[in-house]
Ligand binder design. Structure first.
Ligand code: SAH
Length: 248
């Protein structure tokens, strides 16, 4: 199943909802000196769409891009080479719950659509020590847009990820973990559909052909389609929130 998931998603520009425009908007909220010699980490970077936006817009930054899977990092390394920014991006296959950064060694921690793998509260607490005081964390996390989601979507997310909550609840977790919230945005519908789900859907026929429509491949496709259908029907209720916070 796992290598099938990799097969379906490796060729996508992104492995989760997001867009270059929203990455840039979040970077604006961070209010950092873009010309500085920043030390940056992009955690759960996948094939590195956000990593490349950071590299383009932080011209003197040294970026460490971390993901559990070398297959994704290989795509990022090739893209970085092609864009001429490979000298400023180091890729590291590491788990986000056991990162090897030194205490206080980072100016900026970035993470899009990935912290759920260890949970938001666990992640923001575990990564805080790697930031210098005054350093910035920018992290996207699934968030209720309204406090009254209908049963179907509420049950789905409570099963998938019980930590899903509204923005004020997430902001409180950040405050309690030693951060001050600098800014917040929610991903617009395009960042889900045009940037992520529609390209994923477009890859499905070739994916099934490559994998001879095995039951496992069909199961993955059914799961993807169910997730996409739920999003289309309940997009008023749920999105990713992008939380930009400064370590005290
Ligand atoms: N940030 C990328 C990828 C999001 S998908 C984007 O927005 O496109 C989530 C990513 O988290 C995947 O690339 C997955 O390989 C990675 N991941 C899952 N568990 C992880 C872990 N324990 N440590 C590091 N990365 C992990």
């Amino acid at each position: 199943m796992f290598s099938l998931m990799m097969d379906l998603h490796r060729d996508g520009n992104r492995q989760g909802p997001g867009s270059d425009a929203e990455t840039l908007r979040a970077l604006e909220l961070a209010r950092i000196d873009r010309a500085g010699e920043l030390r940056v980490a992009d955690i759960g970077c996948g094939t590195g769409a956000s990593t490349l936006v950071l590299a383009r817009n932080l011209p003197r930054a040294a970026i460490t891009a971390v993901d559990l899977f070398p297959e994704f990092l290989a795509v990022l390394a090739a893209n970085a080479e092609r864009e001429g920014v490979a000298d400023r991006i180091e890729t590291r296959a590491e788990s986000m719950d056991a990162l090897a950064f030194a205490e206080g060694s980072l100016d900026l921690i970035w993470s899009e659509g990935a912290i759920y793998n260890i949970g938001f509260a666990t992640g923001v607490a575990a990564w805080g020590p790697f930031l210098r005081s005054g350093g910035v964390l920018a992290v996207s996390e699934i968030t209720w847009l309204r406090p009254d989601p209908p049963d179907e979507i509420r049950d789905h997310w409570n099963t998938e990820y019980p930590e899903i909550a509204t923005m004020p609840a997430k902001a409180r977790i950040l405050e309690d973990a030693g951060y001050d919230l600098l800014g917040y945005l929610t991903l617009p519908v395009d960042a889900w559909l045009r940037e992520y789900y529609e390209p994923t859907e477009a890859r499905i026929p070739a994916f099934l052909a490559r994998n001879a429509s095995t039951p496992e491949a069909e199961e993955i496709v059914a799961m993807e389609r169910q997730e996409i259908d739920l999003y289309r029907r309940y997009r008023e209720y749920v999105s990713y929130g992008f939380y930009v916070a400064r370590k005290r």
